[in-house]
Design a protein around this ligand. Structure first.
Ligand code: ZN
Length: 195
């Protein structure tokens, strides 16, 4: 159980593609320790998710968890999820078009926030820490979190996907100029996915 320093944008490890964990290695102590360290580091940093690259490991493992998150208080809850070898696929609507939404994102590896267009509905397939296969549909901000974490495993950062660089802001400037409008818009959007 170790809280690691989180790598920052500019560190080449964030730009490398992480490799699949061989199925017979999921139970190995190195993989299990990586998972525990990702959880501890994510929680210590109040993150909603963390990918292995962000602590310098190049295995395809990411963790996510949201309960009353301090960094992202508008996010819907995500139970603690360990995604080994996740694969993500955009779902399309009746017209065959993938619906998208602009999400103001942050990242523990980037000291800025910015608006990123994400798919609203995705199908995710992954293994958990016991190697059990899961397939599920995720929607809204939770779908955005999955896309953000899977991007990390491909060496992609949210800043790469910001359409309009003018939306980039420090956390302080976001809070002062942009937070109220974003939270109002995204809270109304998330209502669709609450049962
Ligand atoms: Zn991130």
């Amino acid at each position: 159980m170790t809280v690691h320093p989180i790598r920052s944008i500019g560190d080449p490890v964030l730009r490398q593609r992480a490799v699949e964990v061989p199925l017979d290695q999921i139970a190995a102590s190195e993989t299990q320790t990586l998972i525990d360290d990702l959880i501890d580091t994510m929680r210590a940093a109040d993150g909603a998710g963390l990918a292995a690259n962000q602590i310098g490991a190049l295995q395809r493992v990411a963790v996510m968890e949201v309960h009353d998150n301090l960094r992202y208080p508008y996010k819907s809850p995500i139970p603690l999820t360990i995604a080994v070898n996740p694969v993500i696929e955009a779902m399309v609507d009746a017209e065959g078009v993938p619906e998208t939404v602009l999400i103001n994102e942050g990242c523990l590896s980037v000291p800025l926030r910015g608006e990123v267009r994400r798919h609203v509905t995705v199908r995710v397939r992954y293994r958990d820490r016991r190697g059990i296969e899961h397939e599920q549909i995720e929607r809204g901000l939770t779908a955005g979190t999955w896309q953000h974490e899977c991007d990390h495993l491909d060496g992609v950062l949210f800043v790469d996907r910001v359409d309009d660089p003018a939306t980039l802001a420090t956390w302080d400037e976001y809070a002062f100029h942009h937070r109220a409008a974003f939270v109002e818009r995204i809270t109304a959007f998330e209502e669709r996915f609450r049962s």
